[in-house]
Write a protein that binds this ligand. Structure first.
Ligand code: T68
Length: 830
């Protein structure tokens, strides 16, 4: 069609459509019923809650798609510099409530549903969690996507569409068992399958030298090829039309590749072989620290990197010819080292496919990559055995060697022949097994290296990456993590949300978190205190009901709800918490009646998953259960103390637990938690923190003041000295006593717990439970004391929420945009 005809067609099509879907109650009800009948294929006179949820989700999705299209068209027209956020993990949780709130149509949908006889909240609970990640790092990616959309930044998220998300934790007799999470079983209304957006991804094979136009070039002849298919997940911003894309890749067998095997006659075997391709995106690795030397993991990394890089190049080449403009249009963010093969991949494409010189290609690399690390320990840094990499990606290994050669040559010019330092800084680690150090590769090739809190950044500069910092101090920055208040207040704590808006006289804080500080003016206002306590009570009731439904345990609402929920790890010291609980139990048992009157009743809540192969973490879970069994069934104790383990902690469980907490514990040995983000969610919800001076907690103290938090334990610089003391370190009697109780079988299973006890006694108490124990008990006592003074507690709670503004991911993202990515907002007109 010529232009005139096309325009005519477009106008006719527009005339056939409503311009935008309407959001009045009748239109919404019609839409929902339409989807019941035609999408879910149920009769509109007979459908259950799940089917109603599906129909509802599809009506919401239609509205989401409108904005998403508009945003994509707007970005295309404006062609701004974009940030491409590469992360192997996104922990999205449920989407429905978040989406309708961000679209500003929650109440309309709730009304429409109630007229149909359904309750919005009940339907929202039908949705399963999307758990495509392990813990903090993955949830951070999800929060950051929400902020990127809300702040109108032109961003695209890239990741993997795992068929099996993080395992489900089932507790049998107090032991953790893992069950597969086949989360797509009931469909996923939030994704859009893009069957036409596919890219071939190559593996294995050989590299040969060939001549092209008289120039020598490398040709990679792969041994295996699979297809990456795009699944788009629109992410809406709040208070804006902008809706950005999270593109997740799924692996499918490639049609181009194995025609040969079909010609050999073994048709069935050939088909079965093809299915293997799908395994690449089938499962999320359930660790939260490190994966070393696993071929499938490496395949996953390259698979998602290769597809994403092809997509980025395709988009760039749609409108640009000269690669020198690439850095003006593209910022690539590496979320930890997991996507760092992107460096070698971009280099390979520029050299071997676009035929740029090494010099020009390298110049581009140095301008586009930024790297954020989430770990503090050298063991957490990813290494890939050279043999493995060379076999799977022979051309990439060559490129990494070349990058390293150039780097080391330059380095020699700068620092001379300091072989120790050269060896430490090299990308290649020599030794019995030769390894590629992905962190060194990332630091060398990125223009900026970010830590996730101030303390973390200091540790990076003085320890982990000291050699690099001395060389390139300008590369090192930090962006203290943040979480999105849309998910962690508006969605998960609607009563608090309404209360804050009422007292601030505006909802603007949902986009502009700094306004929260305004609550400080009312920190002693009696009326606010009443309402604040009421909100907490409502949330505690919800949590208590959940606990009862799950475990049969009835808990008292007057007790302090004391929560520690996060991945189970030795450094996070759930064990310290349990030892403290045993101590409390022991004290109560030894008190006379009169003294018991002064005990502050507590419901201690612990939750979190242990990596399947992490024996000690699994023992901690079992210990928690046996201690709970003992305490909860001790009639002598009654409501004074209860201990509950919440199984299968995930995003939606967190949404219920966090608003109901009075106190939350963040006990990592100082210097071990890069940032911590759970604490930020509790803080925003007016929950008081009992914490060590670690990660971002230090910055929280600056915001809300030491008086409003219960701080304890050795500081990061003291930890080093304490460890040196080793065997001469005295541990308090109280500590030895509780450990002895476990050893003596007070809770049973003494043989099973022996190794756990051995880990924290004598010279082997690496995480310093003994050294911090007294200080921990003192902080707990201070919390008890504050809790009985209701007015003081409520004031502290209000001040915690009021001071949490700095810990919004909106602030983090704005800092990244301005100081790392150099991108501008690109707002889609309404
Ligand atoms: C966490 N890291 C940090 N890693 O522990 C936490 N690792 O302090 C920080 O707040 C958070 O990142 C966000 O910055 C992780 O969660 C992982 O989950 C992980 C997953 C795979 C491989 C390595």
């Amino acid at each position: 069609l010529d232009f005139g005809e096309r325009k005519g067609q477009a106008e006719r099509m527009l005339g056939l459509m409503d311009v935008f879907l309407k959001n009045d109650p009748i239109s919404l009800q019609k839409d929902i019923l339409h989807h019941v009948e035609y999408t879910v294929a149920r009769s509109r006179f007979s459908f259950d809650d799940f089917e109603a949820y599906q129909a509802l989700a599809h009506s919401v999705r239609d509205r989401l798609i409108e904005r998403w299209h508009d945003t994509l068209i707007h970005f295309k027209k404006e062609d701004p510099k974009r940030v491409y956020f590469l992360s192997l993990e996104f922990l999205m949780g449920r989407s429905l409530s978040n989406i309708v709130i961000n679209l500003g149509i929650r109440d309309q949908f709730a009304d429409a549903l109630s007229q149909l006889g359904f309750d919005f909240e009940v339907l929202a609970e039908q949705e399963g969690d999307a758990c495509l990640g392990n813990g903090g790092l993955a949830r951070l990616s999800a929060c950051q996507m929400d902020s990127l959309a809300t702040l109108d930044y032109p961003a695209v998220g890239y990741g993997l569409r795992y068929q099996y998300g993080l395992f489900r934790q089932v507790i049998v007799d107090g032991f953790q068992h893992e069950q597969p999470d086949y989360w797509l079983n009931f469909g996923n209304p939030w994704e859009i399958e893009r069957v036409h957006i596919t890219y071939p991804v190559k593996f294995y094979g050989t590299v040969t030298d060939e001549f092209l136009n008289g120039e020598k070039c490398k040709v990679w002849v792969p041994g295996e090829m699979v297809e990456a298919v795009a699944y788009d997940n629109p992410i809406p911003g709040y208070g804006t039309r902008n809706t950005i894309n999270l593109r997740l890749w799924a692996a499918k067998p490639s049609d181009q590749h194995d025609m040969e095997s079909f010609n050999t006659g073994d048709y069935v075997d050939a088909v079965v072989n093809r299915q293997r391709a799908e395994s690449i995106s089938s499962i999320l690795y359930p660790d939260d620290r490190s994966y070393q030397g696993k071929e499938l993991r490496l395949k996953q990394q390259y698979f998602f990197v290769s597809a994403s890089v092809q997509d980025i190049f395709r988009r760039f080449k749609d409108t640009h010819k000269k690669f020198d403009e690439f850095p003006e249009k593209v910022a690539l963010q590496l979320n930890d080292t997991h996507p760092s093969l992107a460096i070698a991949e971009v280099m390979r494409v520029l050299l071997d496919e676009e035929h740029l010189s090494w010099h020009r290609a390298w110049d581009i690399i140095c301008k586009i990559f930024s790297f954020t690390t989430h770990t503090v320990s050298p063991e957490g840094l990813e290494k890939i055995p050279v043999d493995l990499l060379g076999n799977l990606l022979p051309r990439h290994l060559q490129i990494i060697y070349d990058i390293n050669f150039n780097f080391v040559e330059e380095l020699k010019k700068m620092i001379g022949l300091d072989y120790d330092r050269l060896t430490r800084m090299s990308i290649v680690e020599e030794g019995a097994v030769k390894n590629i150090r992905m962190a060194n590769l990332s630091v060398i090739c990125s223009h900026t290296v970010n830590g996730v809190s101030r303390l973390h950044s200091e540790l990076l500069r003085t320890k982990l990456f000291k050699d690099f910092y001395d060389l390139w101090p300008h590369k090192f920055q930090y962006k203290t993590n943040g979480v999105t208040q849309r998910r962690w207040i508006v969605v998960s704590n609607p009563s608090l949300c309404a209360l804050i808006s009422k007292w601030l006289g505006t909802e603007a804080w949902i986009r502009d978190i700094d306004l929260l500080i305004g609550l400080r003016d009312y920190a002693t206002n009696a009326e606010l205190h009443q309402e604040w306590k009421m909100v907490k009570k409502v949330n505690k009731i919800r949590l208590a009901e959940y606990i009862e439904a799950m475990s049969g345990l009835k808990v008292s609402l007057d007790a302090m709800f004391d929560v520690q929920t996060k991945r189970i790890h030795e450094y996070k010291r759930q064990l310290l918490n349990i030892l403290g609980i045993i101590h409390r139990y022991d004290c109560i048992k030894n008190m006379d009646k009169n003294d018991r009157k002064n005990v502050v009743p507590r419901v201690c809540i612990i939750g979190g998953k242990a990596a399947p192969g992490y024996e000690i973490a699994k023992k901690i879970i079992k210990l928690c259960h046996v201690v709970a069994e003992r305490i909860n069934n001790d009639n002598d104790i009654g409501d004074l103390l209860k201990l509950v383990f919440i199984p299968d902690y995930n995003v939606s469980v967190a949404e219920m637990v966090i608003p109901g907490a009075d106190l939350s514990q963040h006990l990592s040995t100082a210097g071990h938690e890069a940032s911590g983000t759970g604490s930020m969610k509790f803080l925003m919800n007016g929950c008081l923190l009992l914490a060590t001076a670690d990660g971002s907690t230090i910055e929280m103290v600056e915001e809300i003041g030491q008086d409003n938090m219960f701080l304890f334990g050795a500081k990061a610089h003291e930890v080093v000295a304490l460890r040196k003391k080793g065997p001469t370190l005295k541990v308090p009697l109280q500590f030895s006593r509780v450990v002895r109780m476990i050893r003596d079988g007070h809770f049973g299973f003494e043989d099973y717990f022996k190794s756990l006890c051995d880990k924290i006694e004598g010279t082997s108490d690496y995480f310093l439970l003994g050294a911090d124990f007294m200080s921990y008990l003192e902080a707990q006592a201070a919390a008890d004391k504050a809790f009985v003074d209701e007015e003081r507690w409520t004031k502290m709670s209000i001040l915690s929420a009021a001071g949490s503004g700095r810990f919004s991911s909106d602030r983090t993202i704005q800092e990244y945009a301005e100081n790392t990515w150099d991108i501008q907002p690109c707002r889609c007109p309404f």
